[in-house]
Design a binder for this molecule. Structure first.
Ligand code: 3PG
Length: 215
């Protein structure tokens, strides 16, 4: 299983998707890819999650496919068996981390406070989801939160409530590897099969993320 942090670093975007119908998995992946977005995190919030990951991995080998909302070791196992290349959780769950470690699954747990960053570092995690990014104070909050930990090499993927309008502020922070969010493929857009719209929103995000960092 390839560690795809390189890919995350390169494109700096993660599309977080909630897929209700397995049949939507491939058209969704193709719509993202048509917009140039190659990283998708399929959340384990629906029964279609594992099969959707498997399908996208089979049919879109150029995409990086992760599993999100992993709340139990059993879900980690299912995600790995489906071919997930990275895992994400909203919080810091030690049995989930242990399962990811056992399976050599790159894993990005969610944190929101200095204590949680500290704890994640002590558990060996160096790339963390900052969640819920916007509600927790956005890029300004993350900048201050990351400050005392910068020398440890910890990096973040801010996610939660982010939109295209906020992307540049997050990506300007040196500790931000990538930004995650569902804004380019909201659950409603997927349910409506609004593939052209998803392609357009993906292309917009890729375009913004491709701009040089702010000085
Ligand atoms: C989530 O877990 O729902 C993700 O963080 C995505 O959040 P968003 O839907 O607000 O972008």
């Amino acid at each position: 299983m390839a560690m795809n942090t390189e890919t995350l670093l390169k494109q700096r975007l993660v599309c977080v998707a909630v897929i209700d119908r397995f049949d939507d998995a491939l058209p969704l992946a193709e719509a993202l890819r048509a917009g140039g977005l190659n990283v998708i995190e399929v959340t384990f919030r629906t029964a279609a999650a594992a099969d959707s990951i498997r399908r996208i991995r089979e049919k879109c080998p150029d995409m990086t496919v992760g599993a999100g909302t992993l709340l139990s070791p059993e879900q980690v196992q299912r995600a790995v068996e489906a071919g997930a290349q990275f895992g994400v959780s909203p919080g810091l769950n030690e049995p989930v981390l242990a399962a990811a470690h056992k399976n050599q699954l790159p894993f990005f747990p969610g944190v929101m406070t200095p204590t949680e960053v500290d704890r994640a570092l002590n558990l060996g995690c160096k790339l963390l989801k900052f969640f819920p990014a916007e509600a927790a104070g956005g890029a300004a909050m993350l900048k201050v939160l990351a400050g005392p930990f910068a020398h440890t090499g910890v990096k973040f993927i801010p996610t939660g409530g982010v939109t295209a309008a906020r992307l540049t502020d997050y990506l300007a922070l040196p500790q931000v590897v990538a930004v995650g969010g569902s804004w380019m493929a909201e659950r409603k857009l997927v349910a409506e099969k609004a593939w052209a719209k998803i392609t357009a929103l993906s292309a917009e995000a890729v375009n913004i993320a491709g701009e040089p960092r702010k000085p």
